[in-house]
Design a protein around this ligand. Structure first.
Ligand SMILES: [Zn+2]
Length: 120
């Protein structure tokens, strides 16, 4: 039991937050660190986060999406490069705000692509 409390303290020190949800396996409180949810006691990591974390299970569709990842990544990167130049040249606040929003979206897409590429 002490071991678990020690692990919880370590997680908190690492910047994790304790969640109101309990582990479905052992019922101890779940922790969340950098978009990952995990149980310090039994080490299970339930996918509570519906947003980006919910990668679909491996299937033929996923494989074909994965095959596109390198191309998609370079497309997004090319767009970001263009956008960066445009941002440099624009002083219109409205355009700037639109462009930063777009940049943010593209960066999120990159994040998702990277995650998909790493997952099995
Ligand atoms: Zn557990």
């Amino acid at each position: 039991m002490n071991e678990v409390i020690k692990k919880m303290a370590e997680s908190l020190r690492a910047g994790a937050t304790m969640l109101p949800d309990n582990c479905s396996v052992c019922n101890s409180p779940l922790f969340r660190l950098e978009n990952r949810t995990y149980c310090v006691k039994c080490g299970s990591s339930p996918t509570l986060t519906p947003a980006l974390a919910s990668a679909p299970p491996a299937s033929p569709q996923v494989d074909s999406v994965k095959a596109m990842i390198p191309q998609m990544t370079s497309t997004v990167l090319a767009k970001l490069k263009k956008l960066r130049v445009e941002v440099d040249e624009t002083s219109d606040p409205v355009r700037l705000s639109q462009m930063s929003e777009l940049m943010l979206t593209l960066l999120k897409i990159l994040e998702v692509l990277e995650r998909l590429g790493k997952s099995k």
